[in-house]
Write a protein that binds this ligand. Structure first.
Ligand code: HEC
Length: 241
C-alpha cells in the first residue's frame, strides 16, 4: 500500500507542467520559456546606480577619480590581483615585457609611457572592463571593486618608477635602480634592461618566425627583429609608443 502511494506521487512530479531550461514552448507567442525581464523593472542585486563604479565613465568620458578611497588594504588587494592577472603580459613592473610577450604575444602596454602616465584612472578601468586592441577584457576574472583596486595599484606602480624626493616623507629618500643595483652588487645593465627580447612579436624561442593569427597573411621578417626595436617588428598591429 505504501509502495503504491509513493510511486503514484513520483509520477505526479514527473508529469507536472514545467519548463526545462533553454527549451522552447508554444505557450508564449515568442516561443521562449525563459522570459525576458519585465520592462522598466530592476532585478534584485542588479541596480547599478553608481554608474561610475561600474563603467569608469562620466558623461561618456573616462573619469579621473577612485569611486572609493585607495587605502593600503585596497592597494594590497590590487597588487595581488595585478600580479595574478596582469603580470603574464605586462610584467611585475608594468613595462609590458611579461613572459607571454617574451614568448611571442603582442607587445603589451607599458604603463610608464608619458601617455599612460597621464591617462585618467577610468581609462585603466575601461581597458580591464572592455579589453583594448590585442588585449582581452578581464571583466569575468575581476569584479568592479577588484578592477578599481588594480587601477590604484597601477598608479602606485607608475609613481614607483618616477617618484621624486618631493613624493616621499621627510627622512625617506628615493633611490635610482642603478644605485640599488650597485649596492646589491648586481650587474647593472642587466637589471636596467627594459627592452623585449628578440622572440617577442617577431619570433619564437626556437627561432621560427611567429605570426599573429589576426595577421597571418602579413609579411614577417625571416629573422627576429633586434631587441632594441620591438615596436618596429612587422606585426605593426599592436605596438604603441
Ligand atoms: C594576455 C596578455 C595580457 C594580459 C594578461 C593583460 N594585458 Fe593589458 N595589454 C595587452 C596588450 C597586447 C596590450 C596592447 C594592446 C594594443 O595596443 O593593441 C595591452 C594594453 C594594456 C593597456 C594600455 C591601453 C592603452 O591605452 O594603450 C592597459 C592600461 C592594460 N593593458 C591593462 C591591463 C591590466 C590592468 C591587466 C590585468 C587585469 C592586463 N592589462 C592584462 C595584453 C595583456
Amino acid at each position: 500500500m505504501v509502495t503504491l502511494f509513493t510511486a503514484g506521487c513520483r509520477q505526479d512530479m514527473h508529469d507536472q507542467p514545467k519548463f526545462i531550461p533553454q527549451r522552447g514552448t508554444t505557450f508564449f507567442a515568442d516561443g521562449r520559456s525563459a522570459r525576458p525581464q519585465v520592462e522598466n523593472t530592476v532585478a534584485r542585486g542588479q541596480l547599478h546606480e553608481d554608474s561610475y563604479f561600474y563603467t569608469g565613465m562620466v558623461n561618456g568620458q573616462e573619469g579621473n577619480m577612485m569611486p572609493f578611497a585607495a587605502t593600503a588594504e585596497v592597494l594590497a588587494r590590487g597588487q595581488e590581483r595585478y600580479n595574478i592577472y596582469c603580470t603574464p603580459c605586462h610584467s611585475r613592473v608594468g613595462n609590458g615585457a611579461g613572459m607571454i610577450v617574451q614568448r611571442g604575444y603582442a607587445q603589451a602596454g607599458n604603463f610608464h609611457t608619458a601617455r599612460l602616465q597621464a591617462a585618467p584612472l577610468g581609462h585603466f578601468f575601461n581597458v580591464m572592463t572592455n579589453g583594448y586592441g590585442a588585449m582581452p577584457d578581464y571583466s569575468a576574472q575581476l569584479t568592479p571593486a577588484d578592477r578599481w583596486a588594480v587601477v590604484a595599484y597601477i598608479k602606485a606602480l607608475q609613481l614607483s618608477q618616477s617618484a621624486t624626493q618631493a613624493d616621499v616623507p621627510s627622512g625617506q629618500h628615493t633611490e635610482s635602480l642603478a644605485d640599488i643595483a650597485a649596492r646589491e652588487g648586481l650587474d647593472e645593465p642587466k637589471y636596467l634592461e627594459w627592452s623585449v627580447p628578440p622572440t617577442a612579436n617577431a619570433g619564437t624561442p626556437d627561432g621560427q618566425p611567429f605570426v599573429l593569427p589576426s595577421n597571418a597573411t602579413g609579411s614577417k621578417p625571416a629573422t627576429p627583429a633586434p631587441a632594441a626595436t620591438p615596436a618596429a617588428s612587422a606585426t605593426g598591429a599592436t605596438a604603441k609608443p
